[in-house]
Design a binder for this molecule. Structure first.
Ligand code: GCO
Ligand code: MG
Length: 439
């Protein structure tokens, strides 16, 4: 028996005539709406290799649509189901202008709060609605957020290597390309180290077959002197960042900060896993090394807890996971008021649609610090016309209406998501004692 629509008494056997618009906005019922949402469509594609999930919110105004990104490489199909099976039916018939109302309604609709799957689904819709609103008004998205406060967003790129000399050479080469901020990842001999060739997420099956154990103690002994040596080799005319990727426990984290002080890092990212975030205050009070955290946060409350002190220096907001620009901009405003800077997440598993949306926030926020800037492979530019490319170490938003990035469905079909989805890559590492390593 089909479940009764929520618009009817679950004990009645008379189904409503057609789909019921649940909790309709009374102001829309009174005065109507210029346009209505007619469909929420999702598209899977992988032009860079990692899965992207694009959301397209369509309206009864032909040619007027908004694009969002709900890309979660670890749970792509689950996010797509939330969108297709739960969110889309709830949105059809609504006024796309009522972004805050829709965001709260979608949050409530799941009842049980949060989680990255819900976050990414809501994030995809939210960015699409902001894109739609700006397109309807004929303005670039940052104009809706108060306009520009900077000409470009400072960008950082990634380099990695087997030793300090190799890393330093790559840093200097990146500096030559105009980057003033460079993330450096050092391989730990015999370990699958995040962010280095073959380590971490690079090749999940190879990591699985290699069965190389992870040794946090080895990472703690090996990496700080490499970071310090890189600083000695490249000098102070470039900002150096490092991503610990949650590989240390609080005791090791405290020691790590002590050992990297002379590297004069711009920030050290994800020193702890979100589950250990309660230790950030003590670490932040004890060390001059700037701390960045947040790409794993799916609830703004995870940021507000750390901004109260503040116990961090940079908020690594991942716009899709946090639920879109609506919550992200609220965290950004709090960062501005608390003296914390933005360093939004943006590797290649965040599509150019989300990158452009994040850039609209960066360019219009006084809290902005630096933006992670993926270097996308050529097929990405074919699938996403308008993809923003870092120039001179900075990202400049398009001035076209909306976030300025489009989506070519035909091109997207030429880059299907590889099967099986590399969604299990973060579950493959075990510690030397055989326990699973928490990424
Ligand atoms: C970063 C991140 C990524 C994540 C990836 C997970 O700082 O760019 O740590 O590399 O690991 O986005 O899907
Ligand atoms: Mg990271």
């Amino acid at each position: 028996m089909a479940l009764p629509d929520a618009g009817t008494d679950s004990h009645s056997d008379t189904a409503p005539a057609g789909p019921v618009l649940l909790a309709p906005a009374p102001w829309v019922e009174e005065r109507g709406a210029a346009v209505r949402i007619t469909a929420v469509r999702t598209f899977l594609t992988a032009p860079h290799g990692c899965p992207h999930l694009v959301v397209r919110v369509e309206t009864d105004d032909p040619g007027l649509y908004g694009l969002g990104c709900a890309s979660d490489p670890q749970r792509t199909l689950a996010v797509r189901s939330v969108l297709d099976d739960y969110v889309a039916p709830l949105l059809v018939g609504r006024d796309p202008d009522d972004i805050e109302d829709i965001h709260r309604l979608l949050l409530n609709s799941g009842y049980w709060r949060g989680g990255s799957v819900t976050g990414n689904a809501l994030g995809g819709v939210d960015v699409a609605l902001w894109d739609l609103k700006a397109k309807r008004l004929g303005v670039p998205l940052h104009s809706l957020f108060g306009g520009r406060v900077r000409a470009f967003a400072e960008a950082y790129t990634h380099v990695d290597g087997q030793d300090a000399a190799e890393i330093a050479d790559k840093v200097l080469a990146a500096r030559e390309r105009g980057y003033r901020h460079v993330r450096i990842q050092a391989a730990v001999p015999g370990a699958d180290t995040y962010g280095t060739a073959g380590g971490g997420a690079a090749d999940p099956r190879a990591v699985h077959e290699r069965r190389v154990p992870w040794d946090s103690g080895g990472y703690l002994r090996h990496v700080p002197p490499v970071l310090t040596r890189v600083r000695e080799l490249v000098g102070d005319d470039v900002e150096l960042l490092h991503d610990v990727h949650e590989r240390l426990d609080p005791r090791q984290a405290r020691e790590f900060l002590r050992r990297v002080e002379d590297a004069r890092m711009y920030f050290v990212e994800d020193l702890l896993a979100p589950e250990d975030a309660g230790h950030f205050k003590r670490l932040h009070d004890a060390s001059p090394v700037p701390l960045a955290v947040g790409e794993l946060f799916h609830d703004p409350a995870q940021f507000t807890a750390l901004l109260a002190g503040p116990d961090i220096d940079f908020a690594r907001i991942r716009v899709p996971t946090l639920g879109g620009l609506t919550p992200a901009r609220k965290v950004a405003a709090m960062c501005e008021l608390r003296g914390v800077r933005l360093a939004p997440h943006g590797p290649a598993d965040v599509s150019p649609v989300a990158q452009a949306a994040t850039l609209a926030m960066d360019i219009s926020s006084h809290a902005f610090g630096v933006q992670e800037a993926a270097v996308f492979k050529p097929p990405v530019h074919e699938v996403y016309p308008g993809t923003v490319v870092a120039e001179g170490g900075g990202l400049r938003p398009n001035e076209s209406p909306g976030h300025g990035v489009d989506f070519d469905e035909a091109a997207a079909r030429r880059y299907p998501v590889p099967e099986p989805l590399a969604h299990d890559r973060w579950a493959l590492l075990r510690n030397t004692d055989g326990s699973v390593q928490r990424p």
